[in-house]
Design a protein around this ligand. Structure first.
Ligand code: NAD
Length: 314
């Protein structure tokens, strides 16, 4: 088997949980950890190495940007936290400056890997990474709405009492408040839930159920952050799933943030849509049929992202 290498930049709550997930899933031969807090990267590497006897053989170490050479995937989970009183736009400017420094150093050592962005706002920062790297769009990917879709399917699964893996359904658009649930193609093993009649029904979902499920999906991050300060496990699994699809050339269809070219009328923007992922990154974007209302909401989500990009001068 071909040797595989992942470089992780940013070993905070998201990054270090991702590193642990990569180790448990034995996703790559080599994992290099980079953080501007060197002690954190070194501490994580030591801690993970001490579990290798109980997991499986892998080379895990702290490193620097020269280690990006030969990396198949460079995952970026670095980011500045919002300061008290700081606006989202000011935070955005700081994150763009961080990305500017990071991407310059990555591309000094690697020009044929895949950039996978987790840092928020993920659709915007993936677009920033595209511009700064000069890499082709299929090799610059954001985690997009994969996490949101996983939350969505979990909540539908809870309501219908089935395994979320048996549910097909996606959230598309911005990873954020303007995201769009695609109820029109949601199904359970091919069964499209209908509105509940007076008798109810095994597979029914009424409008209130749908609204509750979507509200809980959209507000999940706020809820978790208010309780534990950060989200980490599910996003780490989402990032690991994307890496798995790429490194194992699985051609899996996942809703990642992808550069759009006339997707329901949206072009030149990164948004979460179902995409075929394989060894070369995004191989194809899947055109999901949308109702007029869903297409309208998707367009509004795009307009919001475009406004944000214009405000920060991109
Ligand atoms: P965190 O504050 O715990 O970690 C951020 C890490 O980045 C820190 O270890 C910090 O030292 C490091 N860092 C900062 N600037 C750096 C630089 N210039 N170079 C290298 N490292 C640098 O934050 P977190 O909770 O791990 O979240 C990380 C990012 O992921 C945030 O932007 C967060 O909003 C985002 N996030 C995205 C999703 C998603 O679905 N895409 C989900 C959760 C979190």
């Amino acid at each position: 088997m071909r040797r595989s290498k992942i470089v992780l930049i940013g070993c905070g709550a998201v990054g270090s949980t991702f590193a642990y997930t990569v180790m448990l899933k034995e996703l790559a031969h080599e994992l290099v950890l980079i953080d501007h807090n060197k002690d954190k990267a070194e501490g994580d590497a030591l801690d993970l190495n001490h579990g290798l006897m109980l997991a499986g053989p892998m080379l895990i170490r702290a490193g620097d940007y020269s280690d990006c050479a030969g990396a198949d995937i460079i995952v970026i989970a670095a980011g500045a936290a919002q300061r008290p009183g700081e606006t989202r736009i000011d935070l955005m400017h700081r994150n763009v400056a961080i990305f500017d420094a990071i991407i310059k150093q990555v591309t000094e050592h690697n020009n044929d890997g895949i950039l996978l962005i987790a840092s928020n706002p993920v659709d915007i920062l993936t677009q920033v990474a595209l511009k700064l790297s000069g890499w082709p769009g299929h090799r610059v990917i954001g985690s997009g709405t994969l996490l949101d879709s996983s939350r969505f399917r979990y909540l539908i699964g809870q309501r219908l009492r089935v395994d979320p893996r048996s549910i097909h359904g996606m959230i598309i658009g911005e990873h954020g408040d303007s995201e769009v649930p695609v109820w029109s193609s949601m199904n359970v093993a091919g069964v499209v839930p209908e509105a509940c009649g007076p008798e109810g029904g095994r597979w029914c979902l009424d409008d209130l159920d749908k609204q509750t499920i979507f509200d809980e999906t959209r507000n999940a991050a706020y809820q978790i952050i208010s309780k534990k300060g950060a989200t980490s496990y599910a996003i780490a699994l989402a990032l690991a799933r994307i890496c798995e699809a790429i490194l194992r050339d699985q051609h899996s269809i996942l809703p990642v943030s992808t550069y759009l070219d006339d997707y329901h009328g949206v072009s030149g923007l990164y948004m979460g849509v179902p995409s075929v992922l394989g060894r070369h990154g995004v191989e194809e974007v899947v055109r999901l049929p949308l109702t007029t209302r869903e297409a309208e909401l998707f367009k509004q989500s795009a307009e919001k992202l475009q406004l944000f990009l214009t405000t920060i001068g991109f």
